[in-house]
Ligand binder design. Structure first.
Ligand code: PBG
Length: 329
């Protein structure tokens, strides 16, 4: 008697393992988040995100060129807005000469073929650190969606290829799509953060942009009235299907690792590309453990990225993008 199947035959050496490998990572998988600040010659490390930086526009150019050389062809822009420009309505977000609008032009001038996606949400512009306009203790939905549409239009005018609303207001994809169509921006795409959970993994990102919700008497300090409850699964499918119906070209699940069950389910359910955001807290956890010598940084990084793709991600937004591409090339 011998075992009917010997699965280990397919694991004998690297040649056979690579021949039968089901998931291959390449630079084409990645969307690179970039943090932009005002100033000149600024390259500031984000304390809770070791080896990740905020760049002023002049140094952003070098970074973008480096990404392009590595084969990384898509970026997702975020801006750190000076405190004195923040208010309740995100007025600065619509400034045609605002930091985001200048950042879009800078990337496009430096590297015309780089795909530029932009974060669309009020929180970096909000004096309260929330993704919506606040009135009498509530985050207003429809009024916020209107501003997000105007913001998207402003990014499209500056040259963005895709806008990426990350706020979770109801109906915002429709508001954005309608305004873009009305104004002739029929080729500007929408990547919707469609299943975005109220997660404790966003902490380092809020440090990066100084965008954490502030203490207030009548509004909770978390984002649970708009981002999803992490206990829920059906809700993610409902959110995603609605965003596709409203006009989303790409949908997203966020965060990554803790939500790979959701990624697979959505991948099986929908026929548009699915993006996954491996968020700041996931990055910080590995950096910290590696710094202590408790985990092998590169090995764990590759395992995590591969797991995200295996789960069904067509696009991975990750702070590890450069590290991964350098490792595999
Ligand atoms: C805000 C936004 C957040 C992230 C992307 N856009 C934080 C939040 O919702 O509070 C998080 C990304 C990360 O943690 O890497 N609209």
């Amino acid at each position: 008697m011998y075992p009917l199947k010997r699965n280990r035959r397919l694991r004998t050496n690297e040649a056979i393992r690579s021949l039968v490998r089901e998931t291959i990572i390449s630079p084409n998988d990645f969307l690179v988040p970039l943090f932009v600040v005002e100033g000149k010659g600024v390259k500031e490390e984000i304390p809770s995100m070791p080896n990740y930086y905020r760049y002023s526009l002049d140094l952003l150019q070098n970074e973008v060129k480096e990404l392009w050389k590595l084969g990384l062809k898509s970026v997702l822009l975020f801006v750190k807005v000076p405190d004195n420009l923040k208010d309740n309505k995100g007025t600065e977000a619509l400034n045609p000469n605002g930091l985001m609008q200048r950042a879009i032009k800078t990337v496009k001038n430096t590297c015309p073929d780089m795909l530029v996606m932009t974060d669309v949400a009020l929180d970096p512009y909000s004096a309260y650190g929330h993704d919506g306009i606040i009135e009498n203790g509530v985050i207003l939905n429809d009024e916020t969606a209107d501003v997000l549409a105007e913001m998207s239009l402003s990014h499209a005018k500056a040259g963005a290829n895709f806008v990426a609303p990350s706020d979770m207001m109801d109906g915002r994809i429709l508001s954005i799509r309608e305004l873009l169509e009305d104004e002739g921006f029929t080729n500007t795409g929408i990547m919707s953060y469609s299943a975005k959970y109220a997660s404790a993994f966003y902490g380092p990102f809020r440090d990066a942009l100084d965008s954490a919700p502030v203490d207030m008497i009548d509004i909770p300090k978390d984002k649970k009235t708009y981002q999803m409850d992490y206990a829920n699964r059906f809700e993610a499918i409902r959110e995603t299907e609605m965003d596709i119906d409203e006009g989303a070209d790409i949908v997203m699940v966020k965060p990554g690792l803790c939500y790979l069950d959701i990624v697979r389910e959505i991948k099986n359910e929908v026929d548009v590309p699915v993006a996954v955001y491996q968020v700041s807290g996931e990055y910080a956890m590995l950096k910290a453990a590696a710094e202590k010598g408790w985990l092998d940084h590169d090995a764990v990084m590759l395992e995590q990225i591969t797991a995200i793709k295996r789960a069904g991600a067509d696009i991975i937004a990750s702070y590890f993008a450069k590290d991964v591409v350098k490792l595999i090339s």
